[in-house]
Structure formats: C-alpha cells, structure tokens
Design a protein around this ligand. Structure first.
Ligand code: COA
Length: 710
C-alpha cells in the first residue's frame, strides 16, 4: 500500500502544475481552472499552456509544454477530446508524472478505444491518469484547487472521492453550507486508470484526512477496492453512497447464487465486510462524515440520553436500538450521578428525563454529570423548547459543555422548537458543534461512530490456510475442460465434495435387481432409488424415483415399479440401471454458493430456505476467501438466523459446521478462478455437534480462452 501512496503523493502534492488548454477567456473551463489554482494559494509552479502564449491571469502562458523549464508533476488537460492523445504524448516527453484529464467524450459516450489509447500512451511514459471526464482535484495538502468548481473550498478533515462530476461540484457548495472542511476532493470520472483504491491509499496515510466519503456509481476492480477499503477502515472511517440498485447483472445468471447476487446485494455485503458505512442519502453521508471527522471515539459501549421531554426520549431510545447504540443501565449509578443536579420530579432512568420544568442550567448540569462519569461513555442531549428557556444563555451553556468534553467523549445534540431554536441550531452547527434538528439523525451519527469503533477494535480476520487438495481438485476441472464441458458430471462433483470434506449421501449404481438389493444393504436402510438413463431428464415425472425404502422387500417392489413406469413413459430410453442413494434425514435446509462476481471477483453466499430460497431472498454475501469467524458473522446476517439458533424449544443448529463449509467453498473459489459457479443445495443442517449433509452439489467451470490451459 505504501508504494502506491508514494506514487499518488505527487498528484496531491505536486511541485509544479501545467494547465493544457488554459485560456484567457473567462467563459472557458481552462480559464476557470487556472483561476482556482491561483486563488487557492497553491505555492508551486503554475504553467498555463496555450498556443497563443502571452499571459493568463498574470501568469506567463507557454505556447508549448516543451518550452517550460523544470519538472512538472501534474498536467491538467482541458482541450477537446480529439487533441488529448497528442497532448498526452507531449506530457510524456516532458516527464510529467500525473495527468488530470478534464475532457469529456470518451468511454462515457461509447468511445472506449480512444480512452484506451490515451491510457496506454500515459502508461508507456510511466504516467498515471486521473479521469477522463472529471472536474479536477482539490488537495488541502498543497492548497491546490485544480477544479473548475466554484472555488472557496475550506480546508478541513474530510476527503471526498466522487464518480459523478456534477454531484461533486454541487458538493463543494454543500460543504460550505454544512461547514464541512475538506482535505481533498477528487473527481474520478471514467476511472480509465486511477481509481478509488489508488486514491484511498494516499488518503489513508494523509494525516489531514480523518474521514472519507465516496460517491460510487460502478465498481471496476472490486477485488482490489475491497482489499484496500478493508485496510483503510481499520484506521479511518469510510462512508459510501452508491447509486444504481440495478439487478441487471443477475438477469442471465444460471444458478441460485447468480440470480440472488444482484449487484447491489453483493456491493452492500462486501462494503459491510470491508468495514465501510453505507449511507442511504447524501444528507446522511454528510452528516456522518462531518461527525466522524470531528469526534473522538467513545471510551466504552454505553450512552446516556438526557432529555427534557419524555416523548422525544422514547424516540431516541428507539433510534438507539435501530443504530446499535447501547444505553447505560445501572440504576444505582444513574441515581447517584443525577442526585443534586436534576429537579426532584425528574427521572434518572436512562433516558434521563428532566421534564419540561427543567431550566437550561439544570439541563447543562445534568449533561456535565454524564460526561464527567467514567462509566458513561457518550451523551445524547435532547431539548424541547420550553417557556423557561433563555435562548442566548442556553446556546452558551451548550458551547461550554461541548468545549470541555469535545476531545474526550462523543456528544450529539438534538434540539426541537421554533424559530429561536432553529437559529441556535444554525449558529452552533456553523461553529462545528454536532447539533441536529432531528433525533434520528443525531442518533444515526452516533451509531455510525460506534460502528467505526467496533471496526477499529475488530480482530483482523486471518483467512485460514485452506489446507484443501487444490491440485487434485483442479485435475477434475481439467478433465471436464478437456472434454469441452462447462459443467461437472455428478460423479466428478462428488469427488470435489469428497476433497472438500463435504458429507454427501453415499450412492451406488446397480445394473440389476440383485445389485440394487446388495447396494442398499451396503449403504444401509432407508435408501432412495433413482433411474439412471441419459434419455430421462425429469426422473420424477417418469416415475423414476422412489423414496424412503426401508427393506429388501420394498427395494424389490420399487425396482420393478420404476422400470415398468419408465419403460411405459419413455419406451425408447436406454436404461443403464438404478442409482441407490442413502436417504438423508431431514433437517434445516440451507444453501451455500460461490461464484466469480463481475465486479468483486470471487464471492461466497449463504442462505436459508432450500427450494424457497429465491422467494425468501434471505441470503448474505462476502468477498472470498473468508475464515470461519467471518463465515459465522455472515450466517448471523440472515433475517432468519434465529431459526438456526433454535426457536420454540427447538435446539440450536450446527452453525460451526455451516461456517466450515462456507469457508471451504470461499477458499476453493478464490484459489480456482476457473470455477464460474459452485453451489451446495441443499446443505442440510442438524443440531449442534451433528454436522451438515450436502445433498447435491453443482459446479460450473469457465472454458479456457484460445487454447489456454490451467
Ligand atoms: N495545447 C494547449 N492549448 C490548446 C490546445 C493544445 N493542444 N488545443 C487547444 N488549446 C487551447 C484553445 O486554443 C483554447 O484556448 P483559447 O480560449 O485561448 O482559444 C483552449 O485550449 C480550450 O480549447 P477549446 O477548443 O476552446 O475548448 P473548450 O474550452 O471549448 O472545451 C473542454 C474544452 C475540455 C472543456 C471540452 O472539450 C469538454 O470536454 N468539456 C466538458 C468538460 C466536462 O464536463 N468534464 C467533466 C466534468 S464532471
């Protein structure tokens, strides 16, 4: 990660910058960029490039890049699309390190070819390329605003990476009204070369950046992005907003895993796995990053609500439950902490209700009591406007409490009332104090902070060494591929299952009645019998399946019935015999799948529901590979998880055994990229300690491209 961050440093902290397409015409983008660079106070060299030469905004303009003496780290390109390639070549010749290509008109309008040529040319000269189709880059590290945005960006602790240009420019205005200071603002546009992962690597090591907000439309190298995010979030919070909850990617999927792996479901799970906070709206994302960037982590798990209104206290309690904020519950300590500071008629139970008769002073004293008490780790301060309220005095009290504890404990304020309260909210927010007009918004920000705390404290998940006989398994895939098949035959899949240590039902193919009886004896009753004929695809429809055969007599009857029925219904079918299969006892039906996701590479899925899985859609995903504890967390993500824990007197199911299967499949799909899709369905789960049975396993493999052999 460090290597890449050094490369990216010269993009964020260039010693000199050229603007190709700089113009004296204030209407032009090339003019605006030079203007912003100059106004932002950038201290390095600025070289406007324009064929006319002369002067632009008081700076000497060069007719040609080659006329500039000295090294240029960044060249911003703002000339029409048709001229970009030759400008890139010229930058390469001049030893430029980074290109910031503002110009539109490439892959976003269907011209992927020219875009690729430009990237190739950049790479050939060892340059990295940001864009094309972007509004530029702002970096507080070098006081550089190389965008064509409105200017006037306030430096601060939040970095924004955005795929949408228009939204990015609008965000500049939003940061001003929301008093959010920026450490960086980068537009990534078409992401032809530099992507979020490259930028995150720099921002992770940038001390100014305390929280990162990403607006994402589509993911290109999801596997790398996931890995980078998983590292970054162990040190700094990352909030993501993603648009496009499209299911298109899953339409043509050939399996349950595929059809359930809508792009959004996979994105959501993978982001959560990487410790990223996903916001539902821009407002929520702003509210979170603003709070996360300016608030210390809570020293412990438990928060206290202080309110002067009962109803709003209940709402906050609900919000705490929703956002994973625990409430401090030791009544004796609470009573002690509030004795003498709250009115007699109040309640010291959490939420601590001072009632509407409390004065602003009572309120401030109570907050002090929470924040000074080591056993209480965060304060949620709710205030409803009352007649006993002196606005100016109240605002000062809040300022004072906040100033004394801002570096030690998290506080969120939520104030509710009329115009006077709105004015207080506006003033305090402008000063960077976390004041909200809505209880849910306040608690959601605190909830985000708690999620960051949990992430930072989370033990790193060691992906277990798989210990799988990968070579032997790949040999089976090779045989299928040599055969020109994209799927494994049942006996091949059974071999893979055996290598994975999955417990599949025993099965023997019998060619006559005597062999069938012998096979059943060997397997042990009860058994299932199925017709074996490549001409009979739908075995049950042809009467070719008999379940739950308990003894020899039933085998004899069923064997004859199966043959009679199949011969009658499919007279031309060549019948090879019958398959005698161990009858698997019933349990909870689950599904475990893994596939190569188009965005994130290998992913693993777990779901409950057997044949109902597509109706229930109760599934969770993770980027593969994962160890057993991550697999257990993934299992617990399901809505129907309580079924596995045991409900209505049923005993707990063997969750560890499921986690082992999920982890093994995740390692397999990660190591064997030739697997397109693998699915164990159903995986029957028994009571704790009794394991699982894989009733069926299907494996699809990719065909090698152009004679490639793996
Ligand atoms: N080297 C240096 N300067 C050059 C040049 C070259 N090879 N080729 C042209 N120029 C000069 C032009 O002479 C002009 O300067 P002038 O005003 O002094 O004549 C200037 O560069 C700009 O060129 P022009 O042809 O006037 O283009 P433009 O300003 O109308 O448009 C873009 C250029 C890049 C802005 C336009 O092509 C574009 O892509 N716009 C969309 C940008 C966008 O929305 N990006 C995404 C945002 S999210």
């Amino acid at each position: 990660m460090r290597g890449a961050s050094i490369v990216m440093r010269s993009l964020f902290e260039p010693r000199a910058i050229a603007v190709i397409g700089a113009s004296g015409n204030p209407e032009k983008i090339g003019h605006r960029i030079v203007e912003n660079i100059v106004r932002s106070g950038y201290g390095g060299g600025v070289f406007p490039i324009n064929p006319r030469g002369g002067e632009i905004l008081g700076l000497k303009a060069y007719a040609d890049l080659s006329d500039v003496e000295g090294e240029i780290d960044v060249a911003v390109i703002a000339i029409p699309a048709g001229r970009v390639l030759s400008a890139v070549e010229a930058c390469g010749a001049a030893g430029v390190k980074h290109l910031v290509v503002i110009t539109s008109g490439f892959s976003e309008v269907g011209d992927l070819e020219t875009e690729r040529r430009i990237v190739r040319a950049a790479r050939e000269h060892g340059m990295r390329l940001l864009g094309p189709n972007i509004f530029g880059i702002y970096s507080a590290a070098s006081s550089l605003d190389a965008t064509f945005g409105p200017g006037g960006i306030t430096p601060g602790p939040v970095a924004i990476i955005t795929q949408s240009g228009a939204l990015g420019i609008a965000m500049i205005g939003k940061t001003a009204t929301e008093s959010v200071g920026l450490s960086a603002l980068v537009s990534v546009g078409n992401k032809a070369d530099v992507d979020e992962a490259d930028l995150l690597e720099y921002l992770a090591s940038d001390e100014r950046t305390r929280a990162i907000l990403m607006y994402v439309e589509g993911v290109k190298d999801g596997e790398r992005l996931q890995g980078t995010l998983a590292e970054v979030t162990r040190n700094k919070p990352v909030v993501v907003i993603k648009s496009g909850r499209s299911k298109r990617g899953s339409m043509a999927a050939a399996s349950h895993t595929g059809s359930l792996a809508g792009t959004d479901e996979v994105f959501d799970s993978v982001m959560r796995q990487a410790g990223v906070l996903r916001a539902e709206s821009i407002q929520e994302a702003f509210s979170w990053v603003r709070y996360l960037a300016s608030t210390p982590l809570p020293p412990g798990d438990e928060a206290v609500i202080v309110t002067n209104g009962g109803g709003i206290g209940v709402m906050a309690t609900d919000a705490c439950e929703k956002h994973g904020v625990l409430l401090y519950d030791d009544q004796a300590v609470l009573a002690d902490a509030f004795s003498g500071v709250m009115p007699d008629f109040g309640s010291s139970k959490n939420p601590v209700d001072l009632t509407g008769q409390a004065t602003a002073e009572d309120y401030a004293r109570s907050l002090d009591a929470v924040l000074a008490e080591d056993r209480m780790h965060a304060a949620i301060a709710l205030y409803c406007e009352t007649a006993l309220f002196d606005t100016g005095r109240f605002a000062d009290l809040l300022r004072d409490v906040y100033a004394r504890y801002r570096d030690r404990k998290p506080i969120v304020f939520s104030l509710f009332g009329g115009e006077r309260i709105d004015a207080v909210i506006r003033d305090l927010r402008g000063e960077g104090i976390p004041v909200f007009g809505d209880v849910y918004e306040a608690v959601s920000a605190l909830g985000a902070l708690y999620r960051v705390r949990r992430r930072i404290r989370e033990a790193p998940e060691e992906a277990e060494p798989s210990g799988l006989p990968i070579d032997e398994i790949r040999e089976i895939f090779r045989t299928a591929r040599d055969d020109g098949r994209a799927f494994l035959l049942a006996p091949e899949a059974a071999q893979v299952a055996a290598h994975l240590g999955l417990d599949m039902p025993r099965s023997i193919v019998a060619h006559n009645l005597d062999e069938a009886v012998e096979a059943a004896g060997e397997i042990g009753y009860p058994v299932v019998m199925k017709i074996v004929s490549k001409d009979i695809v739908h075995k049950s429809d042809a009467g070719g399946v008999a379940l739950d055969l308990e003894n020899e007599e039933e085998i004899v009857d069923a064997y004859q019935a199966i043959l009679r029925s199949c011969r009658a219904r499919a007279p031309d079918a060549v019948i090879e015999g019958v398959e005698v299969v161990e009858m698997v006892r019933s349990g909870v039906e689950t599904i475990v799948g893994a596939r190569q996701d188009p965005s994130f590479g290998p992913v693993v899925m777990f779901g409950l529901g057997g044949i109902y899985v597509e109706v229930m859609k109760d599934v969770s995903f993770r980027a593969a590979p994962i160890g057993r504890s991550a697999a257990r967390a993934m299992i617990s993500d399901l809505r129907s998880y309580p079924l596995l824990l045991g409900v209505r007197g049923e005993s707990r199911k063997d969750i560890d055994a499921i986690a082992a299967v999920v982890s093994k499949l995740s390692h397999l799909i990660d190591r064997c990229r030739e697997i397109a899709d693998i699915e164990v369905n159903p995986l029957i789960v028994y009571d704790r300690g009794e394991g699982t049975r894989a009733v069926d396993m299907r494996i699809l493999i990719k065909q090698p491209k152009g004679g490639e052999r793996t």
